[in-house]
Design a protein around this ligand. Structure first.
Ligand code: NDP
Length: 308
C-alpha cells in the first residue's frame, strides 16, 4: 500500500445533515468513519435562510450554525472529518476504492454516499458569461450586493419563493419569472409571496437573455402565450429552478434513475451494490428536507453497521 493509500472501514461522502448524521451513528458504533466534506462543507443548509422546521429549535436556527453543531457532534464521537472531494470511484469489487482530489486513494469496506444535489442552471450563454457578475443561485450569499436595487428570480418552486421573499427585504423590487401560470411552491410560501408588495410575478414568461456586458443590467423574457419579448431593468438575476444530484462519479456503477438520483431499495438506504448506502438528497427528490436527510443518514449508518 503506497503512502497515498489508506485502508479504512467506513467512508462517508458529504457533510450535510445526511452525511453528518451517518457520521454520528457510525462513530458511536465504532466504525471509525472518515468523512470527506465535498465541495460545499455543511451542504445546502449553509446557503439557506433560518431553518424553522427542524424539530428541537423552537425559535429557528441559522443553517450554517446548525451544521456546525452537527459537525461538532460527529467529531465528539471521533469522526475523522476532512476537507476533500471524491473525484472517482471503483465500486466493482469490495473493498471499494475512492479517489479523493484526484490523488489520495481510500480503500473502504463500506461507503455511505451523502453527496446531495446542486443548483440547476438555465444553460444560456449570458447566464454562464455573467455568473458571479450579477447572476447567482444563492440569494443569501449574494443578495447583499443588490441592496436597494431591482432584481429578478427565475423559478416558481419553494426555493424561488423563499429567495424572492428574502430578497424583497433587501431590494427595492423583486421580479419573479415563472414559466407556467401557477407557482409550484407550497401554499404557505405562495401566500408569503402574494402578500409581499414589492414582489411582482410574471407568469407565463421564460428567460430569453440576461443583458449586460460586464455586469447584469437587465433581462429579456418572452411571454410564452403571446410570443412577445419584455425587457426588465435589473441588477441581479437569481436562478432557483431546482437541483441536480451529485452522482456523476457513480454513473454506470450504481443504479440511478432517469434524473441521476441513486435508487435505493424501498424502506432502506441500500443501493444496487452491496456495502454501498445512499442517504439524503442524493437519493431523494421528493422530500428533500434536513430532517428527512438526517433520518436517512441514521438509517444508512445502522444498515452499514449491520452489514459488516
Ligand atoms: P422545484 O423542482 O420544486 O421547483 C423548480 C421550479 O423551477 C418550478 O417552478 C419549475 O417550473 C421551475 N423551472 C424548472 N426548470 C426551469 C427552467 N428551465 N426555466 C424556468 N423555470 C424552470 O425546486 P425547488 O428548488 O424550488 O424545491 C426543491 C424541493 O425543496 C421541493 O420539494 C421544495 O418543497 C423543497 N424546499 C422546501 C423549502 C422549505 O420548506 N422551506 C425551501 C426550499 C425548497 P415548473 O413548476 O413549471 O416545473
Amino acid at each position: 500500500m503506497t503512502e497515498n493509500t489508506e485502508r479504512i472501514k467506513c467512508l462517508i461522502l458529504g457533510s450535510g445533515p445526511a452525511g453528518l448524521t451517518a457520521a454520528i451513528y457510525t462513530s458511536r458504533a465504532d466504525l471509525k468513519p472518515v468523512l470527506y466534506e465535498g465541495l460545499q462543507p455543511g451542504g445546502q443548509l449553509t446557503i439557506t435562510t433560518d431553518v424553522e422546521n427542524f424539530p428541537g429549535y423552537p425559535d429557528g436556527v441559522n443553517g450554517t450554525e446548525m451544521m456546525e453543531q452537527f459537525k461538532r457532534q460527529a467529531e465528539r464521537f471521533g469522526t475523522d472529518i476532512r476537507w476533500g472531494l471524491a473525484t472517482s470511484a471503483d465500486l466493482s469489487q469490495r473493498p471499494f476504492k475512492v479517489i479523493i482530489d484526484e490523488e489520495k486513494t481510500i480503500i473502504a469496506d463500506i461507503i455511505i454516499i451523502a453527496t446531495g444535489s446542486s443548483a440547476q442552471w438555465l444553460n444560456i450563454e449570458s447566464e454562464r458569461r455573467l455568473n458571479g457578475f450579477g447572476v447567482s443561485a444563492c440569494a443569501i450569499c449574494d443578495g447583499f450586493f443588490y441592496r436597494g436595487l431591482d432584481v429578478a428570480v427565475v423559478g416558481g418552486g419553494d426555493t424561488a419563493a423563499e429567495e424572492a421573499t428574502y430578497l424583497s427585504k433587501i431590494c427595492r423590487k423583486v421580479h419573479m419569472i415563472v414559466r407556467r401560470d401557477v407557482l409550484r411552491a407550497s401554499k404557505a410560501m405562495q401566500q408569503r409571496v402574494f402578500d409581499t408588495p414589492n414582489i411582482e410575478i410574471h407568469f407565463n414568461h421564460v428567460t430569453k437573455e440576461i443583458l449586460g456586458e460586464k455586469t447584469v443590467n437587465g433581462v429579456l423574457m418572452t411571454n410564452v402565450k403571446t410570443g412577445e419579448d419584455v425587457k426588465l431593468d435589473i441588477s441581479g438575476f437569481f436562478v432557483a429552478i431546482g437541483h441536480k444530484p451529485n452522482t456523476d462519479i457513480f454513473e454506470g456503477q450504481l443504479e440511478l434513475d432517469e434524473n441521476g438520483y441513486i435508487i435505493t431499495k424501498p424502506g432502506s438506504t441500500q443501493t444496487s451494490v452491496e456495502g454501498v448506502f445512499a442517504a439524503g438528497d442524493v437519493q431523494d427528490h421528493v422530500f428533500m428536507q434536513a430532517i428527512t436527510a438526517a433520518g436517512s443518514g441514521c438509517m444508512a449508518a445502522i444498515e452499514a453497521e449491520r452489514s459488516l
